[in-house]
Design a protein around this ligand. Structure first.
Ligand code: DAH
Length: 341
């Protein structure tokens, strides 16, 4: 029996030492010291021993039991320490590793150009207005002297919301002129940037949604010279000193006289290239002296007051400002393009 005890002890100690996890150690405790464990089994066999042997063996078993318990405790501590060390290693933060820089976006080039345009006009005493994209045909057309039957009112050109063609997606920012005249005190100096919508197919120069910046001045003794002076100042500040502009006669229902302003092509310098379609010039806005009837409809006396207005294509202006050759680049949102600004 003595040998048996010694054998169990040696076996148990070796097994304890070999454990890697607390759960394994616990299983071994049950195996050797549990109620049905090997050592307990020996105690049960003591009945077969002689009266002298019994206390000796009892003592021996108890000693072995104590030393196994001590070994389990020691191994348990060792495992705990190892687990802690492992966890600390795994969770360690190396504060010297460079961090991940978050990728920050930035403004779209068209809005960069718009910011510059706003700054230029604010510097000249203009107020910036914002207005609805869903507009009444009354403001988009009637109040701007574009009567029933005007081609731009056609269903093939304009997005209407109703059968009666009364509510629409604005086709121009010009209704902001009417909104300003209806709500502001004279004299008025405003610009109004925003989206406009027309039933156009997408190509290199067209999109069913694009942006305009409307501008309007109403004051006493305002003339075409003020219009030209202001818009030439805009062109020089936006595109650089010495920028060449050209004013051509045109027709708009809400201005008389009317004109369009071209800027010499930024790509070819006026020689003619694909960007300006061989013209050497790029049209960026329509303008004119506000038609007396438009002033009258707003309750403004055209004998006392006069005004000028313009409507500028923002995409085209941004293309000129940043020398972009294709309108589609503005809308495609390819980051390789956008990152260049
Ligand atoms: N609304 C015109 C368009 O979309 C542009 C325009 C022309 C605006 C003359 C004006 C203006 O204010 O006076 O084509």
């Amino acid at each position: 029996m003595k040998e048996q005890i010694a054998k169990i002890k040696a076996e148990a100690l070796a097994a304890f030492e070999g454990t890697q996890a607390a759960a394994d150690l616990d299983a071994l405790r049950v195996k050797y010291l549990g109620k049905k464990g090997e050592l307990t089994g020996l105690l049960k066999q003591m009945g077969s021993l002689s009266a002298e042997e019994r206390p000796q063996m009892g003592q021996l078993v108890n000693e072995v039991k104590a030393s196994l318990e001590a070994a389990i405790e020691a191994q348990g501590k060792k495992l705990e320490a190892a687990a802690l060390e492992h966890r600390l290693k795994r969770e360690a933060v190396d504060v010297t590793i460079p961090g991940n820089t978050p990728a920050l976006g930035h403004k779209h080039p068209m809005y960069l150009a718009l910011d510059e345009i706003k700054d230029i006009f604010i510097g000249m005493g203009f107020t910036v207005l914002d207005g609805p994209e869903i507009e009444l045909a009354e403001l988009n057309f009637d109040r701007l002297n574009a009567e029933e039957g005007h081609p731009s009112r056609d269903w093939s050109d304009t997005f209407y919301f109703d059968e009666d063609s009364r509510v629409m997606l604005r086709s121009q920012t010009s209704p902001m002129q009417v909104r300003a005249m209806d709500t502001m005190e004279l004299p008025i100096r405003i610009i109004a940037p925003g989206r406009v919508y027309r039933k156009d197919e997408v190509d290199a120069t067209h999109s069913p949604m694009f942006h305009q910046v409307e501008g309007m001045v109403i004051d006493k003794n305002v003339t075409m010279a003020d219009l030209k002076g202001t818009l030439n100042t805009l062109a020089e500040q936006l595109f650089g000193k010495g920028t060449v502009t050209r004013f051509r006669p045109h027709h708009f229902p809400f201005t008389e006289p009317s004109c369009e302003m071209d800027v010499q092509c930024h790509k070819c310098g006026g020689v003619g290239c694909p960007t300006c379609k061989g013209e050497g010039w790029i049209e960026i806005l329509g303008a004119g002296m506000i038609h007396p009837r438009v002033l009258e409809m707003a309750g403004i006396d055209p004998e006392k007051w006069s005004g000028w207005a313009f409507g500028m294509g923002l995409e085209r202006t941004a293309m000129g400002r940043f020398k972009i050759s294709d309108l589609r680049l503005i809308f495609e949102n390819d980051v390789r393009f956008l990152e260049q600004f």
